[in-house]
Design a protein around this ligand. Sequence first.
Ligand code: GCU
Length: 604
Amino acid sequence: MKISILASAIALFLPLAANAAEVSVQQETPAFMTNVYGRDYTLLNGKWNAIVDLYDQGLKMKIYENRTPQSKEEFYEYSFEGGLRLNVPGDWNSQAPELKYYEGTVWYARHFDASPVPGKRQFLYFGAVSYRCRVYLNGEEIASHEGGFTPFQVEVTDRLKDGDNFIAVEVNNRRTPDAIPALAFDWWNYGGITRDVMLITTPEVYIKDYFIQLDKNSPDVINASVTLSGTVSETVKIEIPELKISQELVTDGNGRASASFKVKKLRRWSPDDPKLYDVIVSSASDRVEESIGFRNISVDGTKILINGRPTFMRSISFHEEIPQRRGRAFSEADAVMLLSEARALGVNMVRLAHYPQNEYTVRLAEKMGIVLWQEIPIWQGIDFEDAGTQAKAQRMLTEMITRDKNRCAVGFWGVANETKPSDARNAFLTSLLETGKSIDTTRLYVAAFDLVFFNDKTRHFEMNDGFTSSLDVVAVNKYMGWYHPWPLDPTEAVWDVVPDKPLIISEFGGEALYGQSGDETVASSWSEDYQAKLYRDNIEMFRHIPNLAGVSPWILFDFRSPYRFHPTNQEDWNRKGLVSDQGYRKKAWYIMHDYYMDIKNNGR
Ligand code: GCU
């Protein structure tokens, strides 16, 4: 019996797998255990053997069986030994020049030592595989997953051999119309096993999930729920020693228990005081602990409140990419680099564009006091009419929220970026909001639109998109001075955009090649001078947006994109970074820094 995380993932492989029809089993909810880094795990990271399978023949050849000749007559036209080796985690594009643009299938494989442990269960866990994959253990297909930015796990308790085990992962990053993101997007289509791989050992009945966060509307009530892996009624315990909480609960027949705790002297997490508390969840045979922060985030009219205090979101965006390595970010060290540069700019928020990023980044942001906007890659051209695409989006959102629902740094769940109005889109996004709120009502739901236009009659910036009424916060991407020439002087700009809601400018900016000087009035100069003036002009415009609740320049670092064709100014790089691909700050960085310091020091 194969445990398919998503039935249609098999159907997505080209050609279809011969045994696709046998895919079975509904996905459990949640699909994976929470807080894997707090479990008993072994990392399976390191050098894996690899085979590039451009014509998708490996499946038919059953190379996952890893056969070797056993007689004089036998031969196999593959071997995982002695060929390409790839680092895991990591994208393949940045590891071999011939794979820079590669889109197709790559087989990863390795041996690892493990043994069944009496009375214990064992799981393989993947932090992310981009974009779709099938997993084979000791010659058997055991799982599949689609989606390049969220985790999945598969139980291997009864499949591990005693000693040497062989795992093969068939990874495919081809873009398809029904994928998320779909056929074209403004970032590199990295493929590979791009995050940690673990073998996790748990007790027979383990603590599968828990959700422990401050009540959305109370400054001193913590809501907690715990779910055991079995449908058993057992005593579980929740402890927050520093708050003198130690509470035993009995799970119901579904293995679930919940409670609310009124707490005294709670230091609520905030950007200025990122206080985290040790939390211990235990049961008869399991114990998991981690640091959790407690804060309120809400809206009041046109303001975003953190712990009841109006807070202007000084944000920045970055992709999950280390430009100097020309590859996807995946480690704690990568998270330190990205977030340190964001902190230096003076931010209290980061928009993790355009997909859930790795857990190291999320957890470090929480320690640093940086609020996060996380989103699934519903980016521009998505097939909103396709039921399969809808199901994928639901699952991706569920997986993102499942993984990070205990991360108080996450203040916003983003459900879309620059989607065009239509009944199908509205229905698609409405169902996403329903799904999200069925899991987590403690955070704000947001979407970014690029539909603000300048009305020549009223001479106001305006927007018509009925879907905004469904959101807590509305965000707008608007490239004044880059994609849109100024229709009037920035000092005269008047915005009349969702005036009754908080508005975040979730993207603005323009390109500049680091070190290139030129006429600050000529866009095609691709100069730092032009970008600097563009930032000054946009900051001036921001002063005339009455319901402005935050800004997030696009983007912190220059990033790779296959359709940024200019041969000298771009060379496959989107140059809107405030920092170059070599880590050098451009003139506009200092303008943005001064703007944020001014806001921070004036107590907004
Ligand atoms: C869009 C989009 C970004 C893109 C940016 C750009 O707004 O959201 O993903 O990179 O514009 O054109 O640079």
